[in-house]
Design a binder for this molecule. Structure first.
Ligand SMILES: C[S@@+](CC[C@H](N)C(=O)[O-])C[C@H]1O[C@@H](n2cnc3c(N)ncnc32)[C@H](O)[C@@H]1O
Length: 287
């Protein structure tokens, strides 16, 4: 079987099973197996595959058809133009989360202040690593409950040659608040939080996320359990300037607005829409 035949055959099977981008997925899976860029494969359509390579492509196509995200199969995902390692212990970075980075870059474009960037629930580390790459000043801290996720986040920081991010295990901000070794002094804080926000019913009705870690997806009965807890922790921070960016599900803008008014009356907030026009990002500020 040649490269061309393998791609056509794999794309046909993926399409038959309603995978949304069959040709692209077939290209990327074979490119991963051959450890060659797509351009290399496209220039050699008649290149003969070994039996083992054919076995591997068939196996990956079967797993893709079963609903495993492409990123888990090829072990990486692009976020904000940067590559990140992923595995089953971390959420696959989503394009809509890139908006957080854009908002922070705009906010800090002219800033000369000392800022501490904190990413809670860092997963693959995609947000904090992108911030550390793009914003070259400040201090960078990331937390996650999951040791296995933190391992991947640290590997990603290494991959991007970043040694200035502190990764801490624990509940939301508590490893920072409760650590006498790292008191947060006076500087401005910018906190990013893409915390689990799906309800059990939403999770049940989302076939595409079934193989991703439940502890990265489920946010209690109304999806706001972790934001509620984060807002409680925020009350204990005495810093004068704090910005918090929270990613939400489009249906949560009303309930989260109510929660902010109740828990953080001294903060102002706005809700930003994503490129599809859906409420996606809550910017909460104490100035
Ligand atoms: C939706 S994923 C987001 C991952 C990454 N920030 C991103 O945007 O791709 C949520 C992450 O929060 C972590 N998490 C869940 N509960 C947490 C908690 N109480 N404290 C800290 N991290 C938590 C999960 O392990 C998971 O890595």
């Amino acid at each position: 079987m040649t490269i061309n035949q393998a791609i056509i055959e794999s794309a046909r099977k993926l399409q038959k099973n309603k995978i949304p981008t069959p040709r692209l997925d077939a290209d990327l899976l074979l490119s991963f197996i051959l450890k060659k860029p797509r351009e290399w494969m496209l220039a050699r359509p008649k290149f003969k595959l070994t039996k083992f390579q054919i076995f591997k492509i068939n196996r990956l196509v079967r797993r893709r058809i079963k609903g495993v995200p492409l990123a888990y199969l090829v072990k990486e995902k692009e976020f904000y133009g940067l590559k990140f390692k992923v595995n089953k212990h971390v959420l696959v970075p989503r394009p809509e989360t890139e908006m957080m980075v854009d908002v922070i870059r705009q906010q800090t474009a002219d800033s000369r202040q000392q800022i501490i960037f904190i990413d809670v629930g860092t997963g693959s580390g995609c947000i904090i690593i992108t911030l550390a790459k793009k914003i070259r000043f400040g201090r960078f801290i990331a937390t996650d409950m999951s040791k296995k996720a933190l391992k991947i986040a640290k590997e990603n920081a290494e991959l991007h040659n970043l040694h200035n991010i502190k990764f801490l295990q624990g509940n939301l901000l508590s490893p920072i608040i409760n650590n006498p070794q790292s008191p947060i002094p006076n500087p401005q804080l910018i906190i990013t939080a893409n915390l689990p926000y799906l309800t059990p019913i939403q999770l049940k009705n989302s076939p595409t996320v079934q193989t991703e870690p439940k502890n990265a997806l489920l946010g209690g009965s109304d999806g706001l359990k972790y934001y509620r807890e984060l807002f409680e922790q925020l009350k204990t921070l005495k810093n004068k300037k704090i910005t918090v960016l929270c990613e939400i599900d489009a249906g949560q803008s009303g309930p989260i607005a109510k929660l902010i008014k109740e828990k953080l009356p001294e903060y102002k907030f706005q809700i930003k829409k994503d490129l599809r026009g859906l409420d996606r990002l809550v910017k909460i500020e104490k100035i």
